[in-house]
Design a protein around this ligand. Structure first.
Ligand code: ATP
Ligand code: LTN
Length: 331
């Protein structure tokens, strides 16, 4: 994958519980690379997190945890604009304006809504249904070119493009059309307990995912209990879904070639492979965890980073919003 340069990059992540290695490998690892030569905006999307039942008392803590994890993982506030969605009112404002232009039929097709509303049944809300429109507003406010995400978000980026195209045709050419950037090797890290489901922090069983703050012990246990096919066979092309997923995790953390990994484990059993995999994950997560321990207690610093980020983001966002107001006749 060639890394884009001189583009506007935007992505977001919900402050809903702690981050897992799927979020890290599918999204954040790419964000870190992209911040170097692009104008990058990384948002903590708290207004998205409240579209399912949540605890208002712990949300501010989770927002700061997420910000601290962003920094500990390697996002640099001198290179990226790091901010909280609700601190920039233009997001919710543009979402309303775009909602008035978005056909219900398009939202009805969104698979994430179908999955999430199935989980929350009678508590499913208009906000959850309109979630992709808020996401479109997030992206379009910054005239974004590139949106680095995991595979589950591709449909939302396609919808964002459709919303932007329709607006540009109807009112005026205001919005840049964004593109999803997906790292195909890590776009969909699967659950450790069911390789047919994606790794998800909303999963009922914590054994199915490894969080960025899991202890070495917990990581070893979860990897040793991860499901596998019956016979060990470490091949990127011929293994079953469970082992293929573990190999993908191994490759993403080690950055070794497929061939090297296959050779390395050609005559290994599961125990040997799993213990190498656990070591590798622990080796990569421990520096992040150490930095997190230093960064997280300094609430004042985190709040300053987020306030600074919101001020920078607002400068760009309010300009786009003013143009949209004018074009829609609201000026
Ligand atoms: P959940 O983990 O609860 O399903 P989510 O998908 O709503 O959460 P977010 O925290 O909003 O997660 O996602 C942040 C980013 O992580 C998105 O770009 C998403 O595509 C990516 N992502 C989430 N799960 C995975 C996964 N299993 N593999 C790869 N990328 C993922
Ligand atoms: N829906 C996304 C989070 C998100 C996002 C965004 C991602 C909200 N706004 C804008 C990219 C760009 C998810 O991962 N669940």
């Amino acid at each position: 994958m060639t890394t884009p340069k001189n583009k506007v990059v935007f992505s977001g992540l919900q402050p809903s519980g702690t981050l897992h290695i799927g979020n890290y490998l599918g999204a954040i690892k790419q964000w870190i690379t992209l911040q170097e030569n692009n104008s990058a905006f990384y948002c903590i999307v708290d207004e998205h997190a409240i579209t399912v039942p949540y605890d208002p008392a712990s949300l501010p803590t989770t927002v700061l945890d997420t910000a601290a994890l962003y920094l500990a993982a390697g996002l640099d506030p001198n290179q990226s604009t790091i901010f909280v969605q609700s601190h920039v009112p233009a997001h919710a404002q543009l979402a309303w304006l775009l909602a008035t232009q978005t056909p219900l039929g398009e939202l009805n097709r969104m698979t994430q809504f179908k999955e999430k509303s199935a989980n929350h049944q009678d508590r499913s809300t208009l906000g959850l249904f309109a979630y992709p429109v808020l996401q479109a507003a997030d992206i379009l406010l910054y005239q974004t070119n590139i949106v680095p995400v995991g595979e589950d978000q591709i449909q939302h980026i396609e919808l964002t493009r459709d919303i932007a195209k329709r607006f540009n045709n109807k009112f005026d050419a205001v919005f840049t059309l964004p593109e999803a950037l997906v790292n195909k090797n890590t776009a969909r890290i699967m659950s450790l307990t069911d390789p047919n489901k994606k790794m998800s922090k909303s999963d009922d069983t914590a054994k199915s995912y490894i969080t960025l703050t899991d202890t070495a012990d917990a990581i070893r246990k979860k990897i040793s209990m991860a499901v596998t096919e019956t016979e060990p066979n470490f091949s990127f092309t011929n293994s079953g879904p469970a082992v293929t997923n573990l190999l993908a995790i191994y490759q993403a953390f080690s950055e070794q070639s497929v061939q090297d990994i296959e050779n390395q484990f050609a005559s290994s059993g599961y125990q040997e492979f799993k213990s190498s995999l656990a070591d590798l994950i622990i080796e990569h997560l421990s520096p992040i965890q150490e930095r997190f321990q230093t960064i997280r207690p300094d609430t004042k610093h985190l709040e300053e980073v987020l306030a600074d980020g919101a001020a920078k983001a607002a400068q760009v966002a309010t300009k786009t919003l003013a143009i949209v107001h004018e074009k829609m006749g609201l000026a």
